[in-house]
Design a protein around this ligand. Sequence first.
Ligand SMILES: Cc1cc2nc3c(=O)[nH]c(=O)nc-3n(C[C@H](O)[C@H](O)[C@H](O)COP(=O)(O)O)c2cc1C
Length: 191
Amino acid sequence: MDMLEFLRTRRTYRRFEQRPVAPEILTEAVDAARIASCGANRQTVRYIVVQSADAVAAVQPLVHWAAYLPPEQGQPKPDELPTAFIAVLQDDNLPGASDVDVGLALGSLTAAAWAHGVGSCIMGAIDRPALTKLLALPDGVRLYYMVALGYPTHASKLVEMQDGSVKYYLDENRGYCVPKRSMDEVLLKTL
Ligand SMILES: Cc1cc2nc3c(=O)[nH]c(=O)nc-3n(C[C@H](O)[C@H](O)[C@H](O)COP(=O)(O)O)c2cc1C
């Protein structure tokens, strides 16, 4: 797959097969995030891999899916849930916390997973206090995002934006249609 095709298909996935992701794939995704570029090379981002069935089940009710869709469409059913999570954390004991660093780490992590066919959903709508307790975070380590992972059971395709709406929707096969702004709109000029 060429790079652009890889990036076109590395979408958000929200329904998954019920087979586990190999621990080595999850570790490799963290390794890819570990070596991402970061401001002043400070490396303040930390991770927790959640892969045991019990721990994954405990996280499920603490994350919220697909705010643009009614729950019966956007919320994965019990046999569609992700089979792993990775918590992405910021170590505030070190100087230089950076949203950009977290973003770059998330990009590498999710791309490395997708290289193995493992789809992901970066999740910011999460119960941070409850997850902080569940994950038993060390002092000064702050939960940023959860990433849900698994083998997707649905398609996700990019579509032309209609009437300026950024809202994704489902097609007749429950595949996600994700509107993106056109090149004409985002590339302001070339000098
Ligand atoms: C920072 C961030 C937070 C997100 N939080 C959630 C979330 O809490 N729940 C969810 O279902 N999707 C979440 N998403 C997924 C976005 O809805 C998704 O990236 C967007 O609709 C575009 O789809 P695409 O990733 O396929 O391009 C999040 C994505 C990002 C980058």
